[in-house]
Ligand binder design. Structure first.
Ligand code: PLP
Length: 396
């Protein structure tokens, strides 16, 4: 036993030396901009609660009412008796909101991505992924056992080459080709070039799946996500996935698609079949959140206002942020240790900004991942910019 632990310790120590050791901080109270973390008052610039709904009074009340009506645990998987009226209504409302024939709930986005890949692919099939896709899409593709290829980031001609090559290796046309992309790239904040991706997938009879974890609720005029941003619909992107734990402020995820696609996932996806349904109260809270974002555009308007304001301030302070129009605004640092030390210094000054290092991002591209929320006030942003510019100056 000692021997086994010693081996772990050695690997952990190595990781520390590489400045890649990950550790958790303890936060008190709800997710919001001003929080207490590790007993310190901080302003958070690292949440995915982009619309500030995770602690919204109406949504909280909906969850409390949900507990009164449905209890706490759902007690079983959806295919046993865990699929409540609340889950079913939420699926219908998600389908309507996204404009897809059907939607299917999953307990987490990670499981949704694994489930779709496993349901659609086997070892004779092909899966193509953007190099910067989220880990859950990469894992889904790898675990499916299909022939796995990554194309250059947001590069449709790179995908085209891989698709052409794949077509050359098989004679019959029965192989499934699945192309997976983030809608908004989670560590870079840029938006996938969906119109040409969709055209290419149509031309090559490939399925296109968009993981819109960071676009759903935040992009498009009414928050319908990256498809609305480009005026696309379910005919252009046959598989749409989004999570509910980010802008929507609750938990879980869904897949939207055709009736046949959803039924196939229900029959085949092990991460759907063999897991307990999310609590019905979460479905009730999510239904409330979905109504709220459709009735009140102030949240999205405020987020967009903050994005513009933040970028304007960065410009004026000559901070070289990446070219992102979304709530994710990365400040590239490069070196792992440097990124970590700036993040620590910021914490001491009362800001939570996470440093993102390899393997989450490619080598040499360690960065501060600054995320904005509808709940940030001008003063929060001003203070961050002021602090950042003093640090980056003294640093270089
Ligand atoms: C967060 C995220 C997921 C995982 O969703 P969870 O519900 O947190 O498991 C999947 N894809 C992307 C792009 C994400 O950002």
């Amino acid at each position: 036993m000692n021997n086994l632990n010693n081996r772990l310790k050695k690997a952990l120590d190595e990781r520390k030396q590489q400045h890649r050791y990950r550790s958790r901080r303890i936060s008190e109270g709800p997710q919001q901009v001003e929080m207490q973390i590790d007993d310190k008052d901080i302003i958070s610039f690292s949440s995915n609660d982009y619309l500030g709904l995770a602690n919204h009074p109406q949504i909280k009340q909906a969850m409390i009412d949900g507990v009164k009506n449905y209890g706490v645990g759902s007690g079983a998987a959806h295919l046993v008796n865990g699929h409540s009226r609340a889950h079913h209504l939420l699926e219908e409302e998600l389908a309507e909101f996204t404009g897809y024939p059907r939607a299917l709930l999953f307990s987490t986005g990670y499981m949704a991505n694994l489930g779709v890949c496993q349901a659609l692919l086997d070892k004779n099939d092909f899966v193509f992924e953007d190099r910067l896709n989220h880990a859950s899409l990469i894992d889904g593709g790898l675990l499916s056992g299909a022939r796995f290829q990554r194309y250059l980031h947001n590069d449709v001609s790179s995908l085209q080459k891989k698709l052409d090559k794949a077509a050359g290796t098989v004679t019959d046309k029965q192989h499934t080709k699945l192309v997976l992309t983030d809608g908004v790239f989670s560590m870079d904040g840029d938006i996938a070039d969906l119109p040409p991706l969709s055209d290419l997938c149509n031309k090559t009879a490939s399925w296109l799946m968009v993981d819109d974890a960071h676009g759903f609720g935040t992009l498009g005029r009414t928050g319908r996500g990256s498809l609305q941003h480009y005026s696309l619909d379910h005919n252009d992107v046959p598989i749409y996935m989004a999570t509910l734990g980010k802008a929507i402020g609750t938990a879980g995820a869904f897949i939207a698609g055709s009736d046949e696609l959803i039924e196939t996932i229900i029959q085949q996806a092990r991460t759907y079949i063999y897991t307990t349904a999310m609590p019905a109260a979460i479905a009730e809270a999510t239904r409330c959140s979905l109504k709220l974002i459709q009735n009140e555009t102030v949240h999205l308007d405020k987020l967009n206002h903050n994005i513009h304001y933040f970028r304007k301030c960065c410009d004026e302070a000559s901070l070289s942020i990446e070219n992102s129009q979304t709530a994710i605004q990365p400040l590239l640092i490069g070196d792992d240790e440097n990124a970590m030390s700036i993040s620590h210094l910021l914490f001491e000054q009362g800001f939570l900004v996470t440093a993102i290092r390899p393997p989450t991002v490619p080598e040499g591209t360690s960065r501060l991942r600054i995320t904005l929320s509808a709940k940030h006030q001008k003063a929060h942003i001003d203070k961050l910019i002021e602090t950042l510019s003093s640090m980056i100056e003294t640093d270089t």
